[in-house]
Design a protein around this ligand. Structure first.
Ligand code: PMP
Length: 470
């Protein structure tokens, strides 16, 4: 690694307390990273880490991928900014490549800079197009934290009980087939079946029916029939702890929303760009075509960019409002976007997600059989969650009780992995789900390393637990 010549670690630590707003603290001591190369990160001392979190599913093709660096350098030297008031052909080049990936009539693009901006715009579009105000999302979701989205995301109200969701925002129960009150634990569209008994056959899921009916009831007591503006959902909840919905659920909800006058918005911020392996967009695995798709994170491999893609009819609704974005669609972002799509294609990264992800899921399922602490293994491609529990897996199926592993224990395991050079995320409402969303270039050897480190960390946790009665 290159020597780090910037601010000292001690000074950065001081400034973290005094000069910057507090952010999500991942580790006991802040991890100050200096350099990255594909799936690897290096801290200021030169210690190497395998990055199995990818900046929260954001580094799609690899840290400092040479082709992306080249695209940034080349376009920055030609023209870096035109401010929306003028245009640069790079934008059209990018839009052409992006819409070639979109199904149906989803061919009109608005380029912005973050997932929050994309979802905020999607909400505005849904309201303008339908003339309705009420918007619906699913508990445990994450769509961003701008003014309106704070309510839609509802993380603050769900986790800390201090922020009301806001007017005209509603939440349906989360159809979580692991922890939710209705079963169907095996009925998820994972390439690997992780649970023991399935309560329903593949074409008919009782859990999906129950959760669907709960959502439908919202039209009896909260939203007048025919008066919904839009429904937002991730096709796998990311921050919420890699929650997969039961088969058929989203399809039925889309039909219900449309029959009540609303638009369906797929948030593909984490699940898009081939990460889930089978499809380029994960909504495709639910057999649905949204009215609006929002995307960010992996779109730019870490470069701040995002997009809203919709039909030309819905896009035209924006004519009745004023909307402007200074940086959206700037030529450098567009050059990055073109390059990311090319690299995904040329390096077969979607297929790699499927191959390496399935290998990883199988290894984790094997671990689940050995370690009682692993309650559930789920996900698709390189979007994987491991839910840690306190107690016995048998309790889950026999009496339906699931106690999450407490966050101190989870944090201990995570910190132990950090020391051994492995990074991953933690999510879920109880912060007890390990999240793996690495750069899409990781290999089976990286998975083997990850499994070995996880095993060691769990072993250490058990030893400490029995030694210290933790
Ligand atoms: N949607 C999803 C699914 C996300 O995970 C996130 C970010 N975690 C967002 C939207 C918001 O994106 P941003 O942080 O770029 O505003």
């Amino acid at each position: 690694p290159l020597p780090y010549k910037g601010i000292s670690y001690e000074k950065a630590q001081y400034m973290q307390l005094n000069n910057v707003f507090p952010q999500v603290q991942m580790y006991e001591d802040p991890l100050l990273l200096h350099e990255g190369k594909m799936q690897w990160l290096f801290d200021y001392k030169g210690k190497r880490y395998l990055d199995m979190f990818g900046g929260i599913a954001t580094v799609s093709v690899g840290h400092c991928h040479p082709k992306i660096i080249e695209a940034i350098a080349e376009q920055s030297g030609i023209l870096g900014h035109v401010s929306g008031a003028y245009e640069h052909p790079k934008m059209y080049e990018y839009v052409e490549s992006l819409v070639s990936k979109m199904p149906g009539d989803l061919k009109t693009v608005y380029l912005v800079n973050s997932g929050s901006e994309a979802n905020e715009l999607a909400m505005l579009l849904a309201r303008l197009h339908t003339g309705n105000q009420d918007v619906l999302s699913i508990q445990n979701c994450y769509h961003g934290v701008s003014g309106n989205l704070h309510g839609l995301t509802a993380l603050a109200s769900a986790k800390f009980n201090n922020t009301p969701a806001g007017i005209s925002i509603h939440h349906a129960m989360c159809p979580d087939v692991f922890k939710g009150i209705w079963g169907g634990r095996k009925c998820r569209d994972s390439p690997v079946q992780t649970q023991r008994s399935c309560e329903c056959d593949r074409n008919h899921c009782r859990a999906a029916d129950n959760y669907y009916e709960q959502l439908e009831n919202i039209f009896s007591y909260s939203i007048p029939r025919g008066k919904v503006a839009g429904f937002f959902a991730e096709s796998i909840q990311g921050v919420g702890g890699v929650v997969q919905f039961p088969r058929g659920y989203l399809k039925r909800v889309y039909e219900l929303i449309r029959s009540n006058g609303g638009l369906c918005v797929a948030d593909e911020v984490q699940t898009g760009f081939g990460r889930t392996g089978e499809h380029f967009w994960n909504f495709q695995s639910h057999g649905i075509t949204p009215d609006i798709v929002t995307m960010a994170k992996g779109i730019g491999n870490g470069f701040p960019m995002a997009a809203v893609v919709t039909t030309s009819a819905i896009a035209r609704s924006l004519n009745s409002a004023f909307h402007f974005n200074t940086f959206g669609g700037n030529p450098v972002s567009c050059a990055v976007g073109v390059s990311v799509l090319k690299v995904i294609e040329e390096e077969g990264l979607q297929q790699n997600c499927l191959d390496v992800g399935t290998y990883f899921l199988e290894k984790l399922c094997g671990m689940r059989r050995e370690w009682k602490i692993i309650g559930d293994v789920r996900g698709k491609g390189l979007m994987i969650g491991v839910e840690l529990i306190d107690g016995d897996q048998d309790d889950i199926d026999n009496i339906g009780v699931i106690n999450p592993l407490n966050c101190r224990a989870v944090s201990r395991i995570k910190n132990d992995c950090l020391k051994m050079g492995l990074l991953f995320g933690v999510g879920g409402i109880r912060s007890n789900v390990l999240r793996f969303m690495p750069p899409m270039c990781v290999t089976k050897a990286d998975v083997d390393f990850t499994i070995a480190v996880l095993r060691r960390a769990m072993q250490n946790y058990y030893e400490a637990k029995y030694r210290n009665n933790l």
